[in-house]
Design a protein around this ligand. Structure first.
Ligand code: GLP
Length: 257
């Protein structure tokens, strides 16, 4: 595990985006795993900026989103489908046919997970972006999840619904279910970049890096990934114990620490 501690969110976003931009320059047919939530927004801004400066193109990029709410339509402003178009896809030259977001059509709910796994099949992601929930979820793999799951429909944790209620007018409006790549799908990516910022993520970041690997904090599985980089700001790093048992590289690119 490599950890990059940055002075602030803007810096963390820039560093994470720089990794994606370099990879895209080397391989314009990049297969990119995408995340939602507030954490990757800065990365997407940097990617749009690089596209507008003609540094990168998304023409041949294939994207695969981690998850989607079940119980709201794709046209709902808080669906992850809407989120991705609003915050990235509408501003770059991506081909709609290359965009993959788990379908949340309730009329076919029993088929949705297998359908998405089939899309992932043969499409190993070169880079998978991740945020992290305050309870240690990645994608929507909540505490207690099976670490060997592929795509599945999940009942959301109360903590997650509460955390995400800031995007809805009330907690009652936050969907109770979602479809998510499983831990097995996430771990299959060649490279993982997790971005987190703010004091609210400090405890879970320390657990992710130093805690016992357990489904109680699903993100701890990342300790076993051969190429995982965690990019955090100083607040999210503020509870990080730097001398624990896990083998990692500490690379303070922007910070003096
Ligand atoms: C949601 C998403 C996760 C994301 C998490 C954290 O629950 N399913 O993929 O990592 O939110 O969100 P934020 O970045 O807004 O803290």
């Amino acid at each position: 595990m490599k950890i990059i501690i940055c002075k602030d969110y803007a810096d963390a976003s820039q560093q994470a985006a720089a990794i994606v931009i370099k990879a895209l320059i080397v391989n314009p047919k990049l297969k990119l795993g995408l995340a939602t939530g507030s954490s990757p927004l800065g990365i997407y801004k940097n990617l749009i900026d690089a596209y507008k400066k003609n540094i990168i193109s998304f023409k041949d990029v294939k994207t695969f989103n981690l998850d989607e709410y079940v119980g709201i339509s794709r046209s709902h402003p808080e669906s992850y489908y809407s989120f991705m178009y609003e915050n990235l896809f509408k501003d770059v030259d991506i081909n709609d046919d290359n965009i993959n977001i788990p379908n949340n059509d309730l009329s076919r709910v029993d088929d949705l997970a297998e359908e998405y796994d089939n899309k992932l099949l043969g499409n190993q992601r070169d880079i998978q972006l991740l945020g992290i929930g305050s309870n240690g979820h990645i994608g929507f793999n909540e505490p207690g999840t099976s670490l060997s799951n592929e795509t599945f429909i999940v009942e959301l944790d109360e903590q997650t619904r509460e955390d995400n209620s800031r995007f809805f007018s009330s907690i009652e409006e936050v969907p109770k279910f979602a479809i998510t790549m499983g831990i097995k799908n996430i771990m299959y990516a060649k490279k993982i970049i997790l971005i987190a910022s703010g004091i609210k993520k400090a405890e879970v970041i320390n657990k992710t890096v130093n805690g016992e690997i357990s489904n109680k904090v699903p993100a701890t599985i990342l300790q076993l990934h051969p190429n995982c980089t965690i990019i955090i700001d100083e607040d999210a790093a503020s509870k990080l114990e730097l001398d624990k048992k896990v083998d990692y590289t500490y690379s303070a690119l922007s910070s003096k620490r």
